[in-house]
Design a protein around this ligand. Structure first.
Ligand code: GLY
Length: 412
């Protein structure tokens, strides 16, 4: 090697090293600034809530600007403890572990709950993170019992877990008794966990059967998703396909699509079945293709379009504004960090980083002490039902923090 070439090589290596260090520093600063904000904002939230009572889990903002809470039997109580666990993971500060533990352990009575399918969200976002970050022997039993409770909603004849006990479409009078919603994919992670730690394949088998039924019936040719698929309660026959929280029965609800992407990414991680990876990537490509420039989706991809008509009782008949849904973006952002790694697709990871930056920008991130002390603004919970319209939502914050953890852990 001649001297000139050696010098050139050294200069080149130095420039690349400086550029990498600068990029790494910039990433650290970005994460630290969000963590500083999130911890300060969540301290205010804890002060507003007081001690956990089982009846004061934060969910949304009220009209008077204060925090709106729910009881533990609603579908969202796992997210706030989960966010506290992520703050513990991001800071290592025992204070967050103690708060997370309190808000998690208050949920123990849910382990026998069987009235709807959301037990995975309720128990795995709380106890699932608890057992990962600060395990206690009883957490394992609580999660296994919760998996047993969720499994009672599986029906072998249908090959799926029943989401809700009944469903009436917005434009119809028929009542269906075996509705399955795309969101249900998210509840399977707890079942996979239970099979892993017990060695009992029952929960794994249920998850695979449910994933297969959803794969067969809940996707359209373009890999957009149906929100609600109603089965005959005694067979795998599909009686109808509808929406509950989307714009119209045949539209693609952004958060439903987000659950599909996250759900099948997780199902691929747990099973290694390439069909699930394939559907996760196709669902992700559909989602990304329909995003506006700032990467935060309109709450439903078909609002106001020709050929998409809300059912007559839906609030979407009168509410046409193309509001964004930060919660759908946060879920997909987190999912893309994992999907990018599993699919070896750097462009998903680059997009996840851009989405995270968009969510963390002043357009979507609240200022300290505002927004009822939630982190993100501008989500849509249940527009057809007429509530949670352009609001903070606890699960948007949860997946935002999860995405931040995943970003921090990249290349570790
Ligand atoms: N059922 C979960 C959701 O509203 O996204």
């Amino acid at each position: 090697m001649n001297v000139n070439f050696k010098l050139f090589l050294l200069a080149f290596i130095s420039i690349v090293t400086v550029a990498c260090n600068t990029k790494q520093k910039e990433k650290e600063n970005f994460i630290n600034e969000i963590v500083e904000f999130a911890t300060a904002q969540t301290e205010l939230m804890l002060t507003a809530l007081g001690e956990p009572t089982g009846n004061n889990y934060p969910r949304r903002i009220r009209e008077d600007g204060t925090v709106g809470t729910t009881g533990m039997y609603d579908w969202t109580p796992g997210f706030f403890p989960g966010s506290l666990w992520y703050l513990y993971e991001l800071t290592g500060d025992d204070k967050w572990r103690e708060e997370a533990t309190k808000w998690t352990e208050t949920l123990e009575p849910l382990k026998t709950f069987t009235s709807h399918h959301d037990l995975g969200f309720m128990m795995y976002c709380s106890y699932g993170n608890a057992i990962r970050l600060a395990p206690k022997p009883e957490y394992k039993d609580i999660l296994i019992q919760s998996a047993g409770s969720l499994s009672t909603r599986f029906d072998e004849r249908v090959g799926a877990i029943k989401s809700w006990n009944r469903f009436r479409p917005w434009g119809d009078t028929t009542v269906y008794h075996f509705p399955v919603i795309i969101d249900n994919m998210m509840n399977l992670e707890m079942l996979f966990y239970a099979s892993r730690v017990t060695g009992n394949p029952q929960y794994y088998d249920i998850s695979v059967k449910h994933s297969d039924a959803t794969l067969k019936n809940q996707f359209r040719e373009d890999f957009g998703t149906w929100h609600v698929v109603c089965y005959d309660p005694e067979s795998p026959t599909v009686l109808g396909k509808f929406t509950s929280q989307g714009y119209s029965d045949n539209s693609t609800w952004a958060r439903g699509q987000a659950w599909a992407i996250y759900g099948y990414t997780m199902t691929y991680r747990e099973t290694g079945d390439k069909r699930y990876l394939d559907v996760a990537t196709k669902a992700a490509d559909f989602f990304l293709k329909h995003l506006p420039e700032d990467l935060i989706p309109v709450w439903d991809f078909n609002v106001g379009m020709e050929g998409f008509t809300p059912g007559e009782r839906s609030n979407a008949v009168v509410f046409k504004e193309k509001l964004r849904d930060a919660s759908a973006a946060a879920i997909v952002c987190s999912a893309l960090f994992e999907l990018g790694q599993l699919a070896n697709n750097q462009s998903y990871i680059d997009t996840a980083i851009e989405m995270l930056r968009s969510l963390a920008s002043p357009a979507y991130r609240a200022e300290l002490g505002t927004n009822a002390n939630f982190l993100l603004m501008h989500s849509v919970g249940a527009l057809p039902q007429g509530y949670e319209i352009d609001t903070p939502l606890v699960y948007a914050d949860y997946y935002f923090l999860e995405a931040l953890v995943r970003y921090r852990n990249l290349n570790k």
